[in-house]
Design a binder for this molecule. Structure first.
Ligand code: SAM
Length: 295
């Protein structure tokens, strides 16, 4: 007789996020230790030690990252746009309050990194409970930190950034504006002539609901729009996860593996040894879509 499996709320974090709610599929993570629970001006914040995924951060009840696989997310969303760009000098990171994108971006030879997050309290709990992710990124002299709405920030910076990484929450609460056409236009205007942007988007399970409509909005502004796929075991997406890359001039899918490898060596040098997921071949493969996810 199999042991009855009881999900008593006190020991489990039950995630009811988009695909789960629509498909009556939910993920539950066993909580070994609650480390923080609170509410900022913008969102509910939770940090806990889970049984199988290490330390986890949830915002408004949605898992943002886990110690076990955040490196996949942060290596893909950072290195693919930067190494697709021929010579990035100035980067903007919108969101990413945990510091993971900053950690990866600092491995590149960039002149300036601008970081904009709306919620100083997320940055605060990241410094306190998740510093294994940021690893001091917020105090790096090359990183300019701004606490404000990313949409307002890009309004003030036209034709300024070579790469923009939008590592936002999901389209609820403060992140909602970062999934709308007016913001995409502002990002386009904030990029230089050969600029590239990448947007955290959602599970391919939501291809018709979110992925394809977002690509259509971006195609009205950008010359090249490429979905990027990655595995995210701790996300309740039930399949691979999607970032959307939008390029004003070059076609990222046309950059070949030898060129990517040459840029990786020239720009990261021995820091490339720290990468655990990203390789030039995986960069290229992440842009190849199965038939059902081709735009
Ligand atoms: N990097 C994490 C991961 O691995 O999935 C998740 C992203 S990070 C926690 C999401 C960040 O977006 C949060 O710090 C949140 O405060 C920020 N954010 C949400 N809406 C924003 C806005 N309008 N402008 C700037 N930052 C925003």
């Amino acid at each position: 007789m199999s042991k009855k499996f009881c999900l008593n709320a006190s020991d489990w974090f039950i995630e009811t996020s988009f695909p789960g709610v629509r498909r009556c599929k939910m993920d539950a993570f066993h909580i070994d230790k609650r480390l923080f629970e609170g509410r900022s001006q913008f969102q509910k914040m939770q940090v806990f030690e889970s049984r199988g995924f290490g330390r986890m951060l949830a915002l408004d009840g949605i898992i943002q990252l886990s110690e076990s696989d955040e490196f996949i997310y942060h290596e893909v969303i950072t290195h693919i746009p930067l190494l697709s760009h021929p010579a990035p000098k100035r980067l903007l990171v919108i969101g990413g309050g945990d510091g993971g994108v900053l950690r990866e971006a600092r491995k590149h030879k960039l002149q300036e990194i601008y970081f904009v997050d709306i919620d100083k309290e997320v940055v605060g709990i990241a410094k306190k409970y998740l510093d294994f992710i940021a690893r001091g990124s917020f105090s790096d002299k090359k990183v300019k930190v701004f606490i404000e709405d990313g949409r307002q920030f890009v309004k003030r910076h036209k034709n300024f950034f070579d790469v923009i990484i939008v590592d936002s929450t999901d389209p609820v609460g403060p992140g909602k504006v970062l999934f709308e056409a007016p913001f995409y236009r502002l990002v386009h205007e904030s990029l230089t002539g050969d600029g590239i942007a990448i947007f955290q988007l959602g599970p391919f399970l939501d291809f018709d609901l979110i992925i394809r409509p977002t690509a259509e909005k971006l195609k009205r502004l950008f010359r090249q729009v490429n979905p990027v796929r990655l595995p995210m075991p701790s996300y309740s997406c039930g399949c691979e996860y999607c970032f959307m890359m939008a390029s004003k001039k070059i076609d990222p899918a046309a950059v070949n593996v030898p060129t990517i490898a040459r840029r990786l060596a020239a720009r990261l040098g021995n820091k490339a040894a720290s990468l655990k997921y990203y390789t030039p071949a995986m960069h290229k493969a992440s842009l190849v879509m199965p038939k059902l996810w081709q735009l």
